[in-house]
Each structure stands twice: as structure tokens, then as C-alpha cells.
Design a protein around this ligand. Structure first.
Ligand code: HEM
Length: 234
């Protein structure tokens, strides 16, 4: 009797944590879209130079598509549930592939812009974290191709180890790229385009910090779960 009540309590708690988590994810979708749209507005509201394509491509590629590509794996992500159905993995890799293509061009533009102006590279924390996030994202993408063929490759490479490596690389990519996205509101470009507006700065900083923290919760849990699985097998 006591046992069944405890079970009911447990499942009620699980259900309410899924509902809460789903609601937070819904709010985070709004933050992501608002951040990306405002960055686009800032980019298109002034002169569009070669460099302007860096924030444009990174806001769409990194902030919008890459984040949504991670959140799509959350079972409590209600927004696209009906459209996507059980195809989460397919949409995950399509979104990540698009995000990577835009980010490769976006980072190249920032790099080439420095070359054109004969300036030193990766001198800011934004540039340094961005480079780290970008490298981990490329490695995670390459490893993701192996993860897609997990079944076919199982005799050569343990699928569990493969998935663990994929989740670790992806989490590091999002962590460092996320830090870079947070620091993007501290750049001179942002200061000029917003005319040093403290309110816009505060709101966008809040949106991007909340997005990065919430998006990282599940991947970090997944790294620790998969690590425990790995060592319990070994
Ligand atoms: C979303 C809005 C973004 C804005 C407004 C922005 C803005 C800037 C600015 C002004 C620079 C030149 C100054 C500096 O080196 O700090 C820069 C460089 C750079 N950004 Fe961004 N950025 C954004 C997003 C990102 C993201 C998400 C990443 C990576 C994941 C990234 C990666 C880089 C890299 C690697 C450089 C350095 C290039 C070099 O030094 O050669 N950026 N960005």
C-alpha cells in the first residue's frame, strides 16, 4: 500500500518536472528567436559591410539553428512535437549540418576581416572562445557522421563509446561557442550598433545567458549518464 503510494508520488513528481521543463523550454525558444531577430535588425539597420555577415550568419547559424538542433532532442520540447514526431535524430542532424555550414562561413568572415585589416587574430575572449567552440563543433559534426552509422560500424568502434565522444564534443562546442555568443554583446560592434543602450544590452544578455544555461542542462546530464554507463560496462 505504502509502496504504491510512493510510486504514485514519484510519477506525479516526474510528470510535473516534465511539464515545468517543457514550459521553460518554450520560453527559451522565445529568447532564442528574440536574440537572433534583434541581432539581424542591428546588422541590417546600419551599413552592411563584409564583416556584418559575421553577426548575421552566427546569430542564425549558431544561436538559432544550433541551439534548436540541441533542444530538439529534449523529449519535453513541445513546440515542434507534432510536426517532428519520432524523427528527432533526422531533424537534429539536418539542423546541425545547416548550423555548421553557416558557422564555417561566419567564422571565416571574422577571420578574413582581420586579415584584410592586418589585425592580430583571436585577441579577445569572444574570439578565443569562439574558435574553441568552432573547433569542437567541427569535431562533433565529423563524429556525428560516425554516430549515424553506429550499427554498421559496431564491429570496429563501440557504439556506446562513439555516442559518449559525440555528446562530450557537442557539449564542449556549445559551452565555448555559447560563452562566445554571450560575449558578443560586449563587443565594440554591438556597442556601436546599439548606441551603448544599456537596456538593450541587459535584455539581450539575459536572453543569451538563459538560453546557453538551459540548453546545456540536458547535454551535461547526458555526458554524466553515458560516462557512468561506460565505466559500469568496462
Ligand atoms: C551572435 C553575434 C556575434 C557578434 C555580434 C560577433 C561579433 C564579433 C566581433 C565584433 C568580432 C571581432 C572582434 C573580436 O575578435 O572580438 C568577432 C570575432 C570573432 N567571432 Fe564573433 N560575433 C558573434 C557570434 C560569434 C559566435 C557564436 C562565434 C563562434 C561560435 C564567433 C566566433 C568568432 C571568432 C572565432 C572571432 C575571431 C576571428 C579572428 O580573430 O580572426 N562569433 N565577432
Amino acid at each position: 500500500m505504502e509502496g504504491s503510494e510512493k510510486n504514485r508520488d514519484e510519477s506525479r513528481r516526474t510528470l510535473s518536472s516534465i511539464v515545468t521543463s517543457g514550459r521553460v523550454t518554450n520560453v527559451v525558444h522565445l529568447f532564442i528567436v528574440a536574440f537572433a531577430v534583434y541581432m539581424l535588425y542591428l546588422s541590417f539597420s546600419g551599413t552592411i559591410e563584409f564583416f556584418t555577415w559575421h553577426p548575421i550568419l552566427m546569430s542564425v547559424g549558431w544561436t538559432l539553428l544550433l541551439t534548436e538542433g540541441i533542444l530538439i532532442l529534449n523529449r519535453d520540447n513541445n513546440v515542434l512535437k507534432n510536426i517532428i514526431g519520432s524523427n528527432r535524430i533526422l531533424y537534429h542532424w539536418i539542423l546541425q549540418a545547416l548550423a555548421l555550414i553557416l558557422s564555417i562561413i561566419g567564422v571565416w568572415i571574422a577571420f578574413q576581416n582581420k586579415l584584410n585589416k592586418s589585425k592580430a587574430h583571436f585577441k579577445s575572449w569572444h574570439g578565443l572562445f569562439g574558435l574553441l567552440g568552432f573547433i569542437f563543433a567541427i569535431l562533433s559534426g565529423l563524429n556525428g557522421v560516425l554516430t549515424l552509422y553506429n550499427r554498421e560500424l559496431k564491429d570496429y568502434y563501440s557504439p556506446k563509446l562513439n555516442k559518449f565522444v559525440h555528446v562530450v564534443l557537442g557539449t564542449l562546442a556549445y559551452l565555448f561557442g555559447g560563452l562566445s555568443a554571450i560575449l558578443s554583446v560586449y563587443t565594440k560592434w554591438f556597442e556601436w550598433r546599439t548606441h551603448s543602450d544599456d537596456i538593450v544590452f541587459g535584455i539581450l544578455l539575459f536572453f543569451i545567458i538563459s538560453t546557453v544555461i538551459w540548453t546545456l542542462v540536458k547535454p551535461i546530464n547526458s555526458v554524466s549518464d553515458r560516462f557512468r554507463q561506460l565505466i559500469s560496462i568496462g
